[in-house]
Design a protein around this ligand. Sequence first.
Ligand SMILES: [Zn+2]
Length: 495
Amino acid sequence: MTVLPYEEAIAAYDPVLGLEVHVELNTISKMFCGCSTAFGAEPNTQVCAVCLGLPGSLPVVNVKAVESAIRIGLALNCTIAEWCRFSRKNYFYPDMPKNYQISQYDEPIAYDGWTEVVLDGEVYRIGIERAHMEEDTGKSLHVGGATGRIHGADYSLLDYNRSGVPLIEIVTKPVEGTGAKAPEVARAYVTMLRDLLRALGVSDVRMEQGSLRCDANVSLRPVGTTPLGIRTETKNVNSLRSVERAVRYEITRQAAVLAAGGRVTQETRHWHEDSGITTSGRNKETAEDYRYFPEPDLVPVAPSREWVDELRATLPEPPAAKLQRVSAEWGFSELEMRDVVSAGAVDAVEATVAAGATPQSARKWWLTEVARRANEAGVDLEDVGISPQQVAEIQALVEKGTINDKLARQVFEGVIAGEGSPAEVVTVRNLAIVSDEGALAAAVDEAINANPDIVNKIKSGKVQAAGALIGSVMKQMRGQADATRVRELILEKIG
Ligand SMILES: [Zn+2]
């Protein structure tokens, strides 16, 4: 696949984004029936006549899902419809037993809003086209192929547990004027949305479990022109990191097509996490292809203004205001705060501080130990396998003097490998700092006896040479000693 170098692409073309985020609500029951929505159950154990689409079954709207939809709409500064309906979106797919999806078409529950994302200290205003309610589909499992995709599989299995789980689809207006920052703005927007949805308490927002999914629309137009170019839609990008990578890749790919005098094909594309590229999916359907019509089995939704006002009073603080507040509370410099925001670590740091760590130590661990492992594994911070509570526990062990920063890294490793709580890892791996003065003195003596040259240097006044002896003792003690105390002992014994 030909791509243009990113800088060249951006010099010639202006990217326009459109982001569609699907969020699975964390209601106890499904959108139109009483089946459980719990994740990870045995396949096809959470199903009934309604969500299996059996003839004659009738859907009933889940009021809690409508409530969540309204709260999401309000948090995104949308107008809440006084009256809206569900529609049938008709298409066949094996994981959708009714042959249509109940969705909202021309009458979304929330529309015409906006939100703000902060990136490198700059505020980008993102217009929200709509937030509408719909139901999720089931899941296909393709067996026998190498990649888990249908291509090359021997057969496919269907799990309808997810069929009918409430979804809200949040669609932005075209996001313009981001220039070279487009990939990062896309990531910052999805990060902000994830944090906002979590603060609303309406979803688990786990991208790797699919409860938050992003489709990224990208188009290019020659720099200095206004008409929008032809867009592609990259489907189901399932981590924050991938959102940024997928947008960046599409910009370089489309730029190469345009620069060669070609036309971008309007289509959906698949993101490949391993190779970092997108490949052609199907040609994009237009709304006409779905033959939308109003769902005849459901009454319209007409939320009273009193209810909407009640729900407005339950909103969390807006994301930009929250950033300002925590930044002040934590006493971070502008640069420190920027790093936390761009790493998507605001909530993680907040939860770690709530669990007892100081803001600076929370920031340090999330942006070093956890971020490094997230990068290596190609996942988001939250999916590394360590919780804010555990990070706070590790920091508490450091402050108690049980371990030092260096040993803490091994504790991170152990916790992430599933060896238990931080305290358990310290015990099992025998990592605690040795406070036994006798053992320490013995190690110091050994280092002194083995290095007469260094001892002489120290005696002749070159105190900095003690560093080599400290290093030798620390090595003997497998790093499990208090370096300050070791230094004291060395100087005592020599001096
Ligand atoms: Zn059901």
